[in-house]
Design a protein around this ligand. Structure first.
Ligand code: ACM
Ligand code: ZN
Length: 756
């Protein structure tokens, strides 16, 4: 089933959903879905007769966790006893494959057989999802679940440098990700915009570098908060301090707070991977200790901030001092060194760096970076730690022992180099796994179905992949509410990728299960992104008149709207029944979650149209003309300002062989429209694209961006219609895809012709 039909059908299907976490076959909806689930007869009735059995004292913490989860989900505070009884929850440690567990529920009792202590926690998260409130009873349907994760590393990342979230907010985030069985928390603690971890030896890092006056991003956010009436973009007042009459914004964790978070993570089965990003992304620290840079100053090079100076011994000492305290704070065997996006302009000019290059017999500044990383890695190894670094470590030379975190899909040599060298790898390609990237109608499905292992890598080497991770960079995310908005429900979709390796084709099945998880997100007050409103595009076409029907897939989402261009608030018209219109109308629709919190604004036009008349060119040949303008563009309007490098004939919207990443492509010709009808065009691209039909802009998906798909409608009469599609990629691994649907939502295979 194609996406458009699916989205239209969900309108009809979802009206019968109940509020517990039930799938549509009335069994609880499990996410991530276990390896094997066999529903059996009857159910266990959870009541205050139920006992939680503790026979093995070493499992005390895990048994308390079971008690806590049952309390959260049922309100029942169950006694823990040491005597095995009927009506009980029994936990047995069996050994066996890491993280594997069985969960057996029958009308008499519930048994968890777990390989390790951690897998008791995993089983308990599954048990949580099985608890159903039905007709005043609390039941757990009988089931036999055998489960184990296929990825060892199931990571979620959070950048707390760009904006600070306090320990309680971080612990809530950990609780949420643990529910979906993530087991690694990558804590990006330092960057140009703020240093967030107390280092006893260098107190200025938190006294000074954890604070800033509002920067460019902050001011943009304040404007966005006002323009979009969105309080999630406000910079929390509680993060302000005043120093000598100047307002400063920031915050940091004391070492005690770090330990508290690490302990909490451990209690949830999560390892904390701290990142101290170096030698770039360091201007936060350099603001306090300018002598650590090449020329005693912070500042920016061409693209990135000026880095540390690896030519100075005192820089190396500083980094090791910091790492020493980090090693003491974080028990996890892995620590992240960053090593991404290092601007090397200063190094080229710096006498210390140049001297280091000569002394160490290095060929260039890239090798200087590798040398620095290896110095640090040696220090890791001396301290029994393993180093993780971003995929830039494959530029220059990489040691055998580094674990590489792959984030740049366009860095096509990174994975082959790492695999050839025998390095372990964690996959976090930004194309799908950066949850700070803007969301659109297909974000979730794209994420759910993404195959994270590129087809060009040697499939015999993939056992070097430790696992997968999603990242949230927070330049434009000043509040935990906005973190949740960006992360949910993406975390649910990604949890299945993190749990199971097989290709995910069961999107519809997942979609149903996901829908049934929203009531629990509501209960937790998660500020999730409500799903898109099906069948509503930027431009919706109609002829004569139309009846507008909006059906949100989530129960309890209110739709309020205006037609005068003002942003809807909780007093605006409430959508309760179909709206009839016979003139072009501009709607602003705002979704409100069941707790009343305002969410997305949908800006949409219902446009009254006449069928555009088709033409019949006399001389033509099949296909489209495609002109390649080589260059780096920011908007499609810039493409035609650079000369044509090559012209191709293509059957449809495909990228011709031979075109490289620096591409602006202009497709022109005619589209054959089979009958008078309203057509829906869906244009996805990375980076920007714009679709014109009959000279009119139908879809504007312009600007540098990650994959975004936008749909638009137009009324077209039978015949040929001039079509133009402009697309560019900024040399970072993009695509363009155009789909055409008839008024029933069926995809049609577009036929094109070109005039000579
Ligand atoms: C990164 O996104 N710079 C790792
Ligand atoms: Zn230097």
């Amino acid at each position: 089933m194609n996406r458009l039909i699916f989205r239209l059908l969900t309108i009809l299907l979802l009206s019968s959903i109940c509020t517990n976490i039930l799938a549509n076959d009335s069994k609880p909806a499990l996410i991530p879905y276990p390896t094997s689930v066999e529903w059996t007869e009857g159910s266990y009735s959870l009541s205050n007769k139920t006992r939680i059995i503790l026979t093995d004292r070493s499992l005390e913490e895990e048994i308390k966790f079971i008690k806590e989860v049952i309390l959260q989900e049922s309100g029942l505070s169950l006694p823990i006893t040491s005597k095995n009884k009927e009506q009980s929850i029994i936990t047995i440690l069996t050994g066996g494959e890491t993280d594997s567990y069985s969960l057996i529920v029958n009308p008499k009792n519930i048994t968890i057989e777990a390989s390790t202590k951690r897998s008791i926690l995993l089983a308990t998260q599954t048990l949580r999802q099985l608890i159903v409130h039905k007709d005043g009873e609390i039941i757990i349907p009988s089931v036999i679940i055998n489960d184990k994760p296929e990825w060892e590393w199931r990571g979620m990342h959070l950048d707390v440098s760009r904006h600070f979230y306090d320990k309680n907010e971080v612990m809530r985030f950990l609780d949420l990700i643990a529910r979906y069985k993530f087991n690694k928390f990558h804590w990006h603690l330092t960057d140009d915009q703020g240093w967030r971890v107390e280092i006893k030896k260098y107190p200025e890092l938190t006294e000074v570098s954890a604070w800033r006056e509002y920067n460019k991003h902050d001011l943009t956010l304040l404007r966005m908060a006002e323009k979009e009436h969105n309080t999630n973009y406000l910079l929390p007042e509680k993060r302000l301090r005043e120093v000598n009459g100047t307002k400063q914004y920031g915050g940091y964790y004391t070492q005690e707070e770090i330990q508290e978070v690490v302990n909490y993570a451990t209690s949830l089965g999560i390892d904390v991977l701290p990142e101290i990003d170096m030698p770039g992304h360091m201007s936060g620290a350099i603001a306090s200790y300018p002598e650590l840079s090449c020329f005693n100053s912070t500042g920016w090079g061409k693209v990135f901030s000026s880095p540390l100076c690896p030519g100075k011994d005192k820089t190396l000492d500083f980094c090791k001092d910091i790492l020493r305290e980090i090693f003491d704070l974080f028990p996890f065997e892995y620590i992240h060194l960053g090593a991404d996006e290092v601007e090397k302009i200063n190094w080229e000019k710096c006498p210390h760096c140049q001297e280091r290059i000569i002394q160490e017999g290095l060929a260039n500044e890239k090798e200087l970076q590798s040398w620095f990383v290896k110095e640090m890695e040696n220090f890791f190894i001396e301290n029994d730690r393993k180093m993780v670094a971003w995929d830039e470590v494959t530029e220059g030379s990489i040691s055998k022992t580094t674990t590489m975190m792959w984030w740049r899909p366009w860095a096509r040599t990174a994975l082959p180099i790492a695999f050839e060298n025998g390095n372990k790898v964690i996959l976090a390609p930004n194309s799908t796994n950066y949850f700070d990237f803007k969301q659109h109608a297909n974000t979730l499905q794209d994420l759910y179905e993404a195959n994270l292992i590129p087809s060009y890598v040697d499939s015999t080497k993939t056992d070097l992949i430790l696992g997968v991770q999603a990242n949230i960079w927070c330049e434009y995310i000043p509040s935990m509410e906005q973190v949740e908005y960006m992360a949910f429900p993406r975390i649910l979709a990604f949890s299945e990728t993190a749990w199971r390796k097989e290709e995910r084709k069961e999107w519809n099945d997942f979609y149903q299960r996901m829908i049934n998880h929203f009531p629990s997100l509501d209960k937790l007050g998660v500020n999730y992104r409500p799903l898109d409103l099906p069948g509503v595009f930027g431009v919706n076409a109609f002829v004569d008149n139309t009846e507008i029907v909006w059906n949100h897939p989530l129960k309890g989402i209110e739709l309020r709207y205006t037609t005068d261009g003002t942003i809807p608030n909780n007093q605006s018209s409430l959508y309760t029944k179909p709206i009839e219109i016979d003139t072009t109308t501009h709607f602003m629709i705002r979704m409100f979650r069941p707790n009343g919190s305002a969410a997305d604004i949908i800006n949409t036009i219902y446009k009254k149209e006449k069928y555009r008349i088709g033409v019949y060119p006399e001389v033509s040949s099949p296909g489209l003309r495609c002109d390649w303008h080589e260059g780096i563009f920011n908007r499609v309007a810039e493409i035609e300002q650079s000369p044509i490098k090559e012209t191709y004939k293509v059957e449809g919207i495909t990228i011709p062989q031979g075109v490289n990443g620096k591409r602006g492509l202009i497709y022109t010709g005619y589209i054959n429209i089979p009958k008078d009808e309203i057509y829906t065009f869906s244009l996805g691209s990375d980076d920007g694209s714009v679709l014109y039909i009959n000279g009119e802009t139908i879809i504007d998906n312009d600007g540098p961006h990650s994959p975004i798909t936008i749909e638009g409608q137009v009324a077209l009469a039978k015949g040929f219609h001039p079509i133009k599609l402009a697309y560019f990629d900024m040399n970072n691994g993009g695509f363009v895809k155009l789909q055409v649907f008839d008024c029933k939502g069926n995809e049609i295979e577009a036929q094109y012709i070109t005039r000579p």
